[in-house]
Design a protein around this ligand. Structure first.
Ligand SMILES: C[S@@+](CC[C@H](N)C(=O)[O-])C[C@H]1O[C@@H](n2cnc3c(N)ncnc32)[C@H](O)[C@@H]1O
Length: 490
């Protein structure tokens, strides 16, 4: 970061704008949002003054001096904008401002500036400043447009109402942590809705209710949110998951949770890592249950972060039982499960009208080895299924399915590290399943789709999917080479 973002108090401050053209008008339009006293000095006696500035002069909002710039114009000035476009004058004002340590911005000349003005989303007193250090103003505009659409025009009223209530909340609630939790609830519940819809009476009622409820449960226990963090790509996090992350005091984190997702959490939240790596010593489930209960009983808001969806091979059921046994409030925040995300990543529909009407998910492994399933039904069914935790058990799974009579040509698609930068996908068939995994060096996490491929569904396979061609000596063949090879063989 080269430019450090700060907000400058311009109440009654003097701001100098050198130049009286259109560029000056643009800067002044922004400056007029503040209480600054704005003085314009023209870029010489003859400069034609922008019509907008003449109007502002007429209403007394700015002062215009129709003469050349003088060093004394910088006396008592807190910021200076230079908009003349005249190289010599721009350079002179920049040098003099720098010599007096007055922050200076020269339009379109970054080398002469000591500050730059960000793109602004104005929901006064909530002001969002967006900067790209001049690298890509288009990106700043894109972010601005998104924020403008996302933040209601009267968003600032929320902040203003908070400012009015701040003293009262401080007086009635002594504990800082409880105060923060009250603010979080005010800003996310019916109080917020009432303020944004302009219903001040209802807002006051919700405010009182929240404070009374809080007094009743003072000294009470916290809560736990079992949060599905999706397969890895932070963009696949739900809004609810983001909100819970932002308000949690304690994060209890699984192995498959992408560290980038923790950026959504408070920096001061306590982090407890409880990742379970297959085949390695790790925190046991009972210990995890104990941690969740212990932290909630201390009154903490706990976020239990899990990969994918908490209710899909996530052991959330056991955590839910342990917490409910002690009446700890629990909330389940669903996430995108790996099979859904991996299928989406490779354009592979899990069901398709008139083609397959059933899709199952199953685990390939349990703590004791290969999971038990009705392999006969799975082998016979002309439907698709996804195997979680199947990489290490692939040889055994293949054996079970062959024993149950599956067609060796049944398609298999494996997606490793789905949605992460290191994502990889390979198509093969059940006969080659474990050889493909070994030869391709797939270590997981991976989803193994069985009985689904693009040809079966009348779709084309995406170019990024490799093909493991067992007949061709067990090599991974990129799609184009695979096509050529099958053409020449045919
Ligand atoms: C303990 S299970 C957790 C599943 C998780 N609750 C879910 O809904 O996706 C772990 C298994 O999920 C699958 N998995 C998780 N993240 C994955 C990813 N990014 N790509 C492929 N498979 C993934 C793998 O099969 C892995 O062995």
């Amino acid at each position: 970061m080269r430019y450090f973002p700060i907000y400058v108090d311009l109440k009654d401050a003097r701001v100098l704008v050198v130049g009286g053209g259109e560029q000056a008008a643009q800067k002044i339009r922004l400056l007029l949002k503040t209480d600054a006293q704005i003085n314009v000095v023209t870029a010489g006696v003859g400069e034609e003054i922008d019509a907008e500035l003449l109007e502002l002069e007429g209403t007394g909002q700015i002062l215009i001096s129709r003469r050349d710039f003088r060093s004394t114009d910088l006396d008592g000035v807190q910021l200076v904008y230079v908009t003349t476009g005249d190289d010599v004058l721009d350079d002179q004002v920049s040098k003099e401002a720098k010599a007096r340590a007055v922050p200076v911005n020269v339009v379109d000349k970054p080398a002469l500036c000591t500050f730059i003005t960000p793109a602004i989303v104005d929901r006064d007193p909530v002001i969002v400043a967006i900067g790209t250090e001049g690298a890509a103003p288009v990106l700043a505009r894109e972010i601005k447009a998104k924020l403008e659409a996302w933040l209601p025009a009267n968003y600032g009223t929320l902040a203003r109402s908070a400012a009015k209530l701040r003293d009262e909340v401080r007086r009635r609630i002594g504990d800082g942590r409880t105060r923060r939790s009250i603010w979080e609830r005010l800003f996310s519940g019916p109080f917020r809705k009432a303020i944004l819809s302009g219903d001040d009476a209802a807002a006051k009622q919700h405010f009182e209710q929240l404070l009374v409820d809080n007094q009743e449960k003072a000294g009470g226990i916290g809560s736990v949110a079992l949060i599905g963090c999706g397969p890895g790509d932070p963009d696949l996090l739900t809004l609810k998951a983001q909100q819970r992350l932002q308000t949690a005091d304690v994060l209890v984190i699984d192995r498959l949770v992408n560290p980038a997702i923790l950026d959504y959490a408070r920096r001061d939240a306590t982090r407890i890592y409880v990742g379970k790596t297959p085949g390695k010593p790790s925190t046991g489930q009972l210990e995890i249950n104990r941690i969740l209960v212990r932290e909630a009983l201390k009154g903490k808001q706990v976020a239990r972060l899990k990969g994918g969806d908490p209710f899909v091979f996530g052991r959330a059921g056991e955590e839910l039982t342990a917490l409910q046994a002690l009446d700890v409030p629990v909330e389940i925040v669903p996430g995108i499960t790996a099979a859904h995300a991996c299928a989406a990543a490779i354009n592979l529909p899990l069901t398709m009208r008139e083609r397959n009407r059933l899709f199952s998910i199953l685990t390939g492994a349990t703590a004791d080895g290969i999971a038990e399933h009705d392999w006969q039904t799975l082998a016979r069914a002309n439907e698709g299924f996804a195997i979680y935790m199947g990489v290490r058990a692939a040889g055994g799974i293949r054996g079970k399915l062959i024993e149950a009579g599956i067609d060796l040509e049944t398609p298999v698609v494996i997606v490793e590290n789905g949605t992460l930068p290191e994502e990889r996908s390979v198509e093969t068939n059940i006969g080659n399943l474990d050889r493909c995994i070994a030869d391709c060096g797939i270590r997981g996490p991976a989803i193994i789709f069985v009985g689904l491929n693009w040809a079966r569904l009348g779709l084309s396979r995406p170019g990024k999917v490799e093909v493991f061609d067992g007949d061709g000596g067990g090599h991974v063949v990129p799609l184009d080479a695979h096509r050529l090879a099958s053409k020449s063989a045919g």
